[in-house]
Every structure is written in structure tokens, then in C-alpha cells.
Design a protein around this ligand. Structure first.
Ligand code: SF4
Ligand code: SF4
Length: 190
């Protein structure tokens, strides 16, 4: 538990999330709208509303499960849940904080290793080409998505419909983008 009086009702992790992402887990009343709207809920070990519930309990073993979950790496930060949440809980930002903490504490999910490596490999590739601006573009919107969906034919239409929120100029150049992903994927496998 946090010793900070201001966060006295929250666990240490709950207090951290409040401080870093302005998410107060106790505000969630389990309506389930986030999970219903999450395009990746089916790929997750715990859908977003369950993550909220697990964090609300304040039970260390459940917090540990969240930090070790696949969910936090599958999340695309697409903000669908945030848009639907009646309590305006910024789940995407919270997921970001959970990812950072998971990395810092070396608790990353085994299944997520590829996603993390792929992500890093992609960043390296962008750095190498000097196209720094695109780090934010693609690294964040998410190379790992394509890895998870493992199917450009599925991922690209999702992007076109705005589901994955990638910038339009990147969508137009489908072959160029496919080639970037092929190269980074190959680099990761080598
Ligand atoms: S931000 Fe993450 S948790 Fe929220 S809807 Fe998108 S993928 Fe799901
Ligand atoms: S939409 Fe908001 S209030 Fe509803 S379950 Fe999700 S986080 Fe909780």
C-alpha cells in the first residue's frame, strides 16, 4: 500500500497509475463498454474491463498478473475504450504505464517477446533510415499490430477504416509499407 495519504485508498500500483496516467481504477463501475468496443479483446488474456477489475481489488497477485499479461502488449492504444468509457478512464494511457512498468520490472509476458523485439527492431530500422518523424507514426500505431494480426490483408483494411488510426499517407503506399514490415521482420528473425 502507498504510504502517501493522498493515495491512501489505493495500492502502490493504483497510486502510480493515478499519478502517471491520471487513471483512478476505483472509478470504473464495470459497465463493460471498453471490452465491448476493443478490437483486440479476443486476443487478450484479460480484456480491458477485467484488467480494471483486477487492479481495483488491490490484490498483489492480481496486479502481478496484469503486469505479466499479454493484454498490455496486445493493446494498440487505439483509444476506442477511452472514447466509450462513461467515466472517461484513459485506459490506453494506463496500458502504456503498465507496459513501462512491466519492462522495468522484467515481468514481460513470454508471448509478448516477439512483439517487443519486433517493435525495437522497427525503431532501429527507422533510426537507421533517419526518418525520425515516423517513429511516432508507425512504432506507436503499431508494428506489433501487424505481427499480432499476422495478416496484412486483415490489418490494412482495419487501418483504412480508421480502426488502427494510422496516417492516410502511409496507407496509400501499401507496397512500400509492406516492404518496410517485411524488412524489419526479417531483421528480427535473423
Ligand atoms: S486502447 Fe487498447 S484496450 Fe483500448 S480499445 Fe484499443 S486495443 Fe483495446
Ligand atoms: S468502460 Fe469505463 S467504466 Fe466501463 S468497464 Fe470500462 S473502464 Fe470501467
Amino acid at each position: 500500500m502507498s504510504s502517501d495519504n493522498h493515495h491512501s485508498a489505493l495500492t502502490e500500483l493504483g497510486a502510480e497509475l493515478l499519478e502517471q496516467s491520471d487513471v483512478k481504477v476505483t472509478r470504473c463501475y464495470q459497465c463493460g463498454k471498453c471490452t465491448a468496443g476493443c478490437p483486440l479483446a479476443g486476443e487478450m488474456d484479460y480484456p480491458p474491463s477485467l484488467v480494471m477489475r483486477m487492479l481495483q481489488t488491490g490484490r498483489p497477485e492480481l496486479e502481478e498478473k496484469v503486469l505479466r499479461s499479454f493484454t498490455i502488449w496486445v493493446c494498440l492504444t487505439c483509444e476506442m475504450c477511452f472514447a466509450r468509457c462513461p467515466m472517461s478512464i484513459d485506459i490506453p494511457k494506463m496500458m502504456d504505464q503498465l507496459r513501462q512498468k512491466s519492462l522495468l520490472e522484467k515481468k514481460t509476458n513470454r508471448k509478448a517477446k516477439e512483439i517487443i523485439a519486433f517493435h525495437k527492431s522497427f525503431l532501429d530500422s527507422i533510426r537507421y533510415t533517419g526518418r525520425l518523424y515516423e517513429i511516432g507514426l508507425l512504432a506507436d500505431y503499431k508494428t506489433r499490430t501487424l505481427k499480432i494480426l499476422d495478416d496484412m490483408d486483415l490489418a490494412l483494411p482495419m487501418m483504412k477504416r480508421g480502426k488502427l488510426g494510422i496516417f492516410p499517407e502511409m496507407i496509400k503506399d501499401r507496397s512500400g509499407m509492406a516492404s518496410i514490415f517485411r524488412k524489419t521482420n526479417k531483421k528480427h528473425k535473423d
